[in-house]
Design a protein around this ligand. Sequence first.
Ligand SMILES: NC(=O)c1ccc[n+]([C@@H]2O[C@H](COP(=O)([O-])OP(=O)(O)OC[C@H]3O[C@@H](n4cnc5c(N)ncnc54)[C@H](O)[C@@H]3O)[C@@H](O)[C@H]2O)c1
Ligand SMILES: [Zn+2]
Length: 362
Amino acid sequence: MSQSVVPVNIPGAASYEITVAPGLLRSAGERLRKLSKSDKAAVVTDAHLAATHLPILRESLQRSGFEVISATLPAGEDHKTLRDLLPVYDVLLGARVERSTPVLALGGGVVGDMTGFVAATVLRGVPFVQIPTSLLAMVDASVGGKTGVNHAIGKNLIGAFHQPVAVLIDPEVLETLPERELRGGLAECIKHDVIRDAEGFAALEENIGRAFALDVEYLADLIAHNVAIKARVVEADPFERGERAHLNFGHTFGHAIETVSHYSYSHGECVALGMVAAAFAATRLGLIDSGSQRRIINVIQKAGLPTGGLKLDTDEVMDAMHFDKKVRSGRVRFILPDRIGHVIIRDDVPEPIVREAVESLR
Ligand SMILES: NC(=O)c1ccc[n+]([C@@H]2O[C@H](COP(=O)([O-])OP(=O)(O)OC[C@H]3O[C@@H](n4cnc5c(N)ncnc54)[C@H](O)[C@@H]3O)[C@@H](O)[C@H]2O)c1
Ligand SMILES: [Zn+2]
């Protein structure tokens, strides 16, 4: 089976590798043994994965001599809270984890962010291993070291940067992922190619349907390609002072749609609509031609993601974007393509164009 290894070198942090290989879950124990002499390993997962993929990981860890401690979170974004994390600390501390005990996240982005926060804080920090199981977690959430939980005031407001010691990605686990979740991950893949890779974008136009056929070799290549793009962006700007903002392409409009729709659209669907709006604004500003705009819309459609049909009030969406702006005490910043594979940051987009872009989503 093919295997891809993407090295990650974040300034000021230990370097580590992201490994992508079909069947990797079954050999996770051997991989971890090369990194850890610990006699214990703690796995945090959610209720959906506990029954399906946890037994395979547990067995693999045990075969390599780890005593396995496991904690199961309730599934879903609604449970991404400190309150839901407390029992995990109880399990880990009750089992007498040590500073050298690796803590593994087996799950989507919610499990990854929450487990990373536990790993950053329990005993002031223990080794953290990501085993992402949703496409979004594989190509996005598992790279960059952001960990945390939501607060009633807003999402991801409590957290820490904590880089993993390894990321193990087995595309075979996607076989059980609901298709809507798969599409959500594809939205971030489209984003990555629009901001960084024209060739990748052309390949995506050609092949994206293979993701739905769960062509594991294709998915493995797609994931490795995307992980590499995100890793390069994060390496250049680990603390989000500059170009890491490029990863917000589609997210300025997208977050506003997410808020105003009260999360009836998934994150990926909001990002899809947000990318369509950003492509519209970029076209109006003369940054890209209508042919490039068309290509962006088409690939989003091929991913089974929405490009229109939005029934939200434009003023409310505009207000939500401005609220975001007030929170960050500045102007609304848009990430806009000036060609496919390259973006620029603009904080001077005239309001009528922003409004038209939102209205173009009807
Ligand atoms: N840290 C970061 O840089 C970063 C980046 C992007 C997103 N995020 C976070 O990621 C979260 C979203 O991640 P997500 O979309 O993976 O959500 P999620 O973790 O809620 O997973 C989505 C659903 O799919 C299920 N699931 C996951 N893998 C499965 C599999 N292989 N088979 C069957 N079911 C499976 C989960 O149980 C859940 O019900 C958000 O909380 C977001 O804030 C973090
Ligand atoms: Zn996103």
